[in-house]
Design a protein around this ligand. Structure first.
Ligand code: ADE
Ligand code: ZN
Length: 322
């Protein structure tokens, strides 16, 4: 029986917004006099990506104070420890947070305080990927990169894009200049693509945005030449199999392309996306995939090692994990 918790691994595709405790959200609502969107058992209920992203806006809107953000970051690190995650790149999208999106430096500082306190207490290090929403403008994107370049907070490791590709049309050309500037400023670049878009979104992420990692990327499987490109250039995919089933990208794990991508030589890793909202854990995702695809222990160990190589941890941290 494989010990999925003990496996040395990183989580490289997970959102702060997907890791809330229901108790914290309810407490925020009580403190601020906000009516709950649904009874406790249905607080995290959504049926597709669109309703899921709307729910994120509501959940994040309950977080008003610096202390609430710092506690969220601390609890994030504690959640990672429970799954045996030795390093995490976590995505935060300021557009979901109505009380913070005009104070992004304050938001980063508050999360940083929580991650730093967690590390002091022995939890694993965390890097922050600050995300654009697909529907933002080219001007918004450049402003975010300028802000990140000016403030150069050591917690921030990457620029990211998330949100619904289907709602925003082709976004590669719109964000190309911002991504070029992010690369010049020394930021890494990770892009959601090939989840709510087809393979063309993955190609744009590589060719127009210079992504050095793709979040999801699974629908690249529909274009064999693109699969070859990912394999040849060793561009990692941060795949979230349980999320893809929950949000309707594939009907079942058996029909999910993670194993076909792995066999084609693409560096794939297993991640959770939004584990609290989707009621899953990283170890459960590993176990479900291993069972579905009959992976042996060496294959599982390699997938876990790929997650560490694909992460934005610095080389000393990677060496310590592997
Ligand atoms: N933000 C949080 N989860 C997401 C997902 N699965 N796709 C796009 N944006 C997201
Ligand atoms: Zn995601």
């Amino acid at each position: 029986m494989t010990d999925y918790i003990g496996l040395p691994k990183a989580e490289v595709h997970i959102h702060v917004e997907g890791c809330f405790d229901a108790d914290d959200v309810i407490r925020n609502c009580e403190q601020a006099g906000i009516p709950l969107r649904a009874p406790r058992e249905k607080l995290f209920e959504a049926h597709d990506l669109k309703s899921f992203l709307e729910m994120l806006d509501w959940l994040c809107g309950t977080f008003r104070t610096r202390e609430q953000l710092a506690v969220t970051a601390y609890k994030f690190a504690r959640r990672m420890a429970k799954s045996g995650v030795r390093y995490a790149d976590v995505i935060v999208n300021p557009t979901h947070w109505p009380h913070w999106h005009r104070n992004i430096p304050g938001m980063i500082d508050a999360f940083d305080a929580g991650f730093a306190a967690a590390e002091q207490d022995g939890y694993s290090p965390v890097g922050l990927c600050v995300s654009l929403l697909r529907t933002q403008s080219s001007k918004d994107a450049i402003e975010l990169v300028e802000l990140l370049s000016r403030t150069r907070h050591p917690r921030v490791v990457a620029l990211s894009i998330d949100g619904n590709e289907a709602a925003a049309g082709r976004t590669g050309p719109r964000f190309a200049e911002a991504f070029r500037r992010a690369a010049s400023a020394g930021l890494r670049r990770t892009v959601h693509a090939g989840e709510s878009s087809g393979p063309e979104g993955v190609r744009d992420a590589i060719e127009l945005l210079g992504a050095d990692r793709i979040d999801h990327g699974v629908r690249a499987i529909e274009e064999p030449a693109l699969v070859d490109l990912l394999a040849q250039r060793r561009i990692p995919l941060g795949i979230c199999p349980v999320s893809n089933i929950a949000l309707g990208v594939y009907p079942s794990l058996a029909e999910h392309p993670i194993d076909a991508l792995r066999k084609a030589g693409v560096p794939v890793s297993i991640n959770t996306d939004d584990p609290a909202l989707l009621d899953t854990t990283l170890e459960a995702s590993y176990a479900a995939c291993a069972e579905t695809f009959a992976w042996d222990s060496e294959t599982i160990r390699q997938l876990a090692a790929t997650s560490v190589h694909a992460s934005y941890a610095d080389t000393a941290v990677k060496a310590r994990i592997l």
